[in-house]
Write a new protein. Structure first.
Length: 138
């Protein structure tokens, strides 16, 4: 069995944003030469997420609006976590959107359904963060 581990770095300039990382993950898969296996992609920060969905700007705006309703940033005084940083809402948003995704690798390709793509979700941006990509298989 073969394995490859790489890290992607992001510094999203806004507090919340989504980055399509499908191409970067596909490049790592191609480099690995793995034809059958699994690909794990996970955010390595507790205020960021990795998820799979459609690459449609209206949906991404809907996510932002929905997440802000579920866990509004302000007033920051509503959260007990806030003290040193004002990012309690970002922790909650990450919990909703999830930490990681696992994608089957079939025939040397990510085995997606229609319209599926991989996204990095940032909920407390303006600083460098990482995403782990680990692919294992034959």
């Amino acid at each position: 069995m073969k394995a490859i581990t790489e890290y992607l770095a992001f510094n999203v300039p806004q507090r919340m944003g989504f980055v399509n990382i499908t191409e970067e993950v596909e490049k790592i898969l191609e480099k690995s030469q793995i034809k059958e296996g699994l690909c794990l992609v996970n955010a390595m920060h507790i205020t960021a997420s990795v998820f799979i969905n459609d690459n449609e700007s209206g949906l991404h705006e809907d996510y932002k609006k929905w997440l802000e309703k579920l866990a509004p940033h302000e007033p920051v005084s509503q959260y007990r976590h806030n003290g040193y940083e004002d990012n309690a809402d970002a922790h909650l948003k990450r919990q909703i959107m999830g930490r990681e995704v696992t994608i089957a690798v079939t025939g040397g390709k990510l085995d997606f359904g229609p319209w599926e793509q991989i996204f990095y979700g940032e909920f407390d941006g303006r600083r460098k963060k990482r995403v782990l990509v680990k692919i294992i298989g034959e």
